[in-house]
Design a protein around this ligand. Structure first.
Ligand code: ACM
Length: 669
């Protein structure tokens, strides 16, 4: 893996300190080394891109795509053929990448921009692809129009495995969303699409050998093999590997709906419609299970070209194994003393199958077993401690814990989660070098095709920065400022995450004024972690069209208010509170009328009360007077009430106003 050179980090720190003073480069992820130069390269209709040195069709297409994207970003038509003269953007590529992208290939690039030309050089097309994204992000406007500031950038990733893990089973995720996800990943320099293709609720890829997997296990929602090839080719264009996951032996109800003979109990089975951890599990005592996996994985390892093949292995409770006389007899015969040892036995057999088909095995923490070959990769959903155990045993590992986008946590939380933390910092350098990176992870129980992109993006971009940029890049305010730009860039690229939010807000408003409903949606967040999916109320068929489904994982309005309080920016604090008070009053009639919003009625009262309390508090805080004793107590109690979930949402105005009240009270209650 690419280790960060300490001198380079120092240079970066100095550069970023300087850059911070000058507002810093509005890039995400931030490059390893960035130096501002004097002047600007103008972007106009004469823009011309040229590939020199090594070239291949992928590079030519990347250059053409850059022109197309530049048009989307600027609206300036830049007709390649018509433009004469020297290249505005000169790409210098030294040689080819591997035909099938491998882990740890060089992705570094250098980008030098002066007022006459931008020169992007890289060892191979992967580096060029990464550098083109940086170039496109640099395009901005100043008083004279569109251009790129003169810079010198030397950039390379901190970790070689920077992925998005995407469940497409719980809800079907159609091909256009898959491709847009890849586009967005490319834009933030991510390089692994981990496709969680099967689970209890659906088996999502065509098998010619076992066609019932999709005819009985997918509701007709699956990718054909031709579509899988199309996705792999599409990802390759963007420098992204595609790693499939077929989760065994648990999470297999949809398989068993098709082939019940593989199960521990006779069945019959039906595709699971609810969320949780379910009992159906493959039977490790049956040879036909290994024959089936050998055939299926043989077929799938030929379809997917990546060197890694993910076998899942998570969340096997083994209740059916315990209740099965057949499995118990098998365990006795094999000397396996518990479910854990039985799963280890199973994982070893499956690993051997994957190896026989020429691939390396990847799996979740649960497959960890000191006796597997050391070329496997453990993906940790349990955390850095578990990741540390894996690398201490000689394996490679990835971090997913802390990057679960479905848990509705803040970008800040994900951003500050680092594969190298207090649990892994003390590992040897060699052990740390086997921590390959991580994956932003999206489980899709509580999303629909309408809101899933707004739940993955833009937050996945901060995971991308965590895994690409030097570890020292941790300024949260800078991250949020750049994330806002990144979010808009992603929309220009074709991701509809901001648009779907507006459409869902309009649908909620149902013909009533949209402004107050948007203000309401802007200030609430969905309840966190597994509060919704564990409630037992939801199935695959439940409409996800409510306020909680519309609201974004993180309220920008609430965060900006908290920042204004922290900064003692009383003007912003006051105007925000006044806006909230007015919006809370304005939204009330709509909440009464509209069936989708009735459940949210109590929020309007809490919100109005919160705004009132804030307006009282800001008068104390702004004047430096301390509120009289006895003032804060009942107000904090009201804020506690306001902070409780209503309609599975949280009123995020409450925490900021609480901070304001505490400031006003100056420690007295
Ligand atoms: C997992 O979250 N069960 C991998």
């Amino acid at each position: 893996m690419t280790k960060v050179n300490p001198l380079r980090s120092l240079a970066f720190l100095l550069a970023s300190a300087v850059a911070c003073l000058a507002a810093g480069p509005d890039l995400m992820p931030l490059p390893a080394q960035y130096e501002a130069r004097a002047g600007r390269l103008v972007i106009d209709g004469a823009f011309r891109v040229k590939v020199s040195g090594y070239t291949e069709p992928r590079l030519t297409r990347a250059a053409a795509r850059t022109v197309d994207r530049l048009f989307k970003q600027t609206g300036i038509p830049t007709p390649q053929a018509a433009a004469a003269g020297p290249a505005t953007l000169l790409i210098e590529c030294k040689g080819p990448s591997k035909p099938i992208q491998t882990l740890g290939e060089d992705e570094s690039y250098t980008l030098e921009v002066d007022p006459t030309q931008a020169r992007l050089s890289a060892a191979n097309p992967l580096g060029v692809l990464r550098g083109l994204e940086t170039f496109l992000q640099l395009v901005d406007q100043d008083g004279n129009g569109l251009g790129v500031p003169a810079v010198s950038i030397h950039d390379q990733p901190r970790f070689p495995w920077r992925g998005v893990s995407f469940d497409v089973s719980r809800h079907w995720i159609p091909l256009d969303i898959v491709k847009r996800t890849l586009d967005a990943m490319g834009a933030v320099k991510m390089n692994v699409y981990h496709w969680h293709l099967s689970d209890d609720q659906g088996f999502r890829v065509e098998s010619k050998r076992y066609p019932k997997l999709t005819s009985l296990g997918s509701d007709g929602h699956f990718y054909t093999q031709a579509q899988v090839r199309e996705v792999i080719a599409y990802a390759h264009e963007l420098g992204i590997r595609v790693v499939p996951e077929f989760d065994v032996p648990g999470h297999t109800t949809a398989w068993l709906a098709a082939y019940p003979e593989l199960g521990t109990v006779p069945g019959p089975y039906e595709i699971e419609r609810k969320w949780g951890i379910f009992d159906p599990v493959l039977d490790p005592s049956k040879e036909i299970v290994y024959q089936f996996l050998d055939n299926l994985f043989g077929e799938m390892t030929r379809l997917f070209d990546d060197a890694y093949f993910h076998i899942g292995g998570d969340e096997v409770e083994g209740k059916q194994w315990q209740a099965s006389a057949r499995v118990q007899a098998f365990m006795k015969k094999e000397g396996l003393k518990d479910n854990h040892e039985l799963q280890r036995y199973f994982s070893r057999r499956v690993q051997a199958i994957v190896q026989k088909h020429g691939k390396r095995t990847e799996g979740w923490d649960e497959i960890l077993d000191p006796h597997l070959p050391k070329d496997i990769v453990i993906q940790s959903w349990r955390g850095q401690k578990s990741l540390g155990v894996a690398v201490q045993q000689g394996y490679s590992g990835l971090l997913s814990a802390g990057y679960y986008l479905d848990l509705m946590q803040t970008a800040e939380f994900h951003y500050l989660t680092d594969p190298i933390n207090e649990d892994t910092r003390t590992l040897t350098a060699e052990q740390q070098s086997r921590i390959l990176g991580g994956e932003a992870t999206m489980w899709v129980e509580m999303v629909s095709t309408q809101n899933v992109e707004a739940r993955v993006w833009p937050r996945a971009a901060v995971v991308a920065e965590r895994l690409w940029s030097p570890q020292s890049v941790r300024d949260v305010r800078s991250m949020y400022a750049r994330l806002e730009t990144m979010s808009r860039r992603l929309e220009l690229l074709g991701l509809p995450h901001r648009q779907t939010y507006r459409l869902m807000v309009e649908r909620l408003a149902g013909g009533e004024p949209v402004g107050p409903v948007k203000a309401l949606a802007d200030i609430v967040e969905p309840v966190k972690i597994y509060a919704r999916s564990d409630s037992g109320k939801y199935t695959q068929f439940t409409p996800l069209n409510r306020l909680v489904d519309t609201a974004l994982p993180e309220s920008d309005a609430a965060r900006n208010f908290r920042y204004a309080v922290a900064d003692k920016d009383w003007k912003t604090v006051r105007s925000t509170l006044e806006h909230w008070r007015a919006a809370a009053a304005a939204v009330r009639p709509t909440l009464e009328k509209n069936g989708l919003l009735l459940e949210a009625r109590p929020i309007a009262d809490h919100w109005a009360r919160t705004a009132e309390i804030g307006l009282e508090a800001v008068e104390f805080a702004a004047s430096g007077r301390t509120a009289p004793s006895g003032w804060a107590g009942p107000r904090l109690a009201a804020l506690d009430e306001a902070a409780k979930p209503v309609a599975e949402t949280l009123l995020m105005a409450a925490p900021g106003v609480r901070a304001l009240v505490e400031l006003a009270a100056g420690g007295s209650k």
